[in-house]
Design a protein around this ligand. Sequence first.
Ligand SMILES: [Zn+2]
Length: 440
Amino acid sequence: MPCDMVVEAGLLATQDDRRRVLANQALIIHGGLIQKILPLEDAAELRCARRLNLRHCVVLPGLVNAHTHSPMTLFRGLGDDMPLMEWLTKRIWPLEAGLTNELVHLGSQLACCEMAALGTTCFQDMYIFQEATAEAVEAFGLKAVLAEGILNVPTRSYQTPEEAYARIANLLADYAGHPRIRFAVAPHTVYTTSEAILRRSFQLAEAYDLPWCIHCTEDDAELEHSQAMYGMRPVALLDRLGCLSPRSVLVHGVVLAEAELHTLARAGASLVHCPRSNAKLASGLAPIAACLEAGVRVALGTDGPASSNSLNMFQEMGTAALMAKVREGDSTALPAQAALDMATVHAARALGWQDLGRLAEGGPADLTAVSLDLPRHTPCTNVVSHLVYACQGAGVELTMVDGHTVYERGCFPTVDYDGLRRELRDALGWARSRLDSISA
Ligand SMILES: [Zn+2]
């Protein structure tokens, strides 16, 4: 059997159709793919270039972060505990008005490091200067579904929506057939765009066969904006414009009405749940149990690190499970397995990247390994429970994409992390002086 590497797993959380957790397994990896999954003893004699002993770990599929704004790592902590509009107008928008391609590249590199160290192998990004994020992802080795956020006002990377569409076309041409970098079309919200942008962007997503992502129904203020602009709620508008289909990925859905859940389910649209961002901005608790009951596919995302403060999908899983119980007053709401599904298989399907989020023969070797030696994982009576409720991102020893290691025990083999931190110190100085000059 051809073999580049054997990964020896104490436990293997496959996330396959039966959600099997197997003990003492070997993953035989060749050409970036999992060629075979065997009991450890059957792989003992196999000759290969590398043998990774992770017998003290659970090996699981790399987590899929279905919504973030990765370059906002630069703005982490600059404006916590503020009202949403004040945070946007006094912190985020003034900072974003000074962004450059180089700063977005730095922020994206840092985000790649953070995600890899927390077991994430693929993320969906919505931001500006996405060519800089693509460059960072390409060099680092993660997978990503990148989307230039489309707004009806000029941004630092384009002046008009037409220019934004042209940027999307250019990125698609530059990365055509790339094995790790894909794209989506992403109007920002209904109230920061227009009917024309919503229609045109959806047509583009259909023409290019890409996911179409949008922040939707995040809080009561958004409902008011939508009523004032269009005379209806965001979901009704998207439905009327023909923007709801299996390629539609609606982010947040905090204030979805019961009837809207059925509209989304009928259309086959996905929802991305970002519970930590929703909590920190006091947007509310999304009706996730009701979404699942109605048959809506729900994925998990961290949202940007300026509003959730970390790109930690383990925390997102735990928070999702806890918040659902609080919202429903029902401790059986959103069990651990459902939360893990939302961070793996469901997120992969929402982004149209079906072979991610599970470990299967013939599938990509995108995986992460979490130590079971930690006190918080001892005794290992229920590994899915530990990953969702106990782990919180601790004990990630290794993360791999297409069989290539992107993180191993504190080291990032594809990036000069110390050099990156030096550059980031300068960038932080830039952000602080910018805020000082605005408030002076
Ligand atoms: Zn967002």
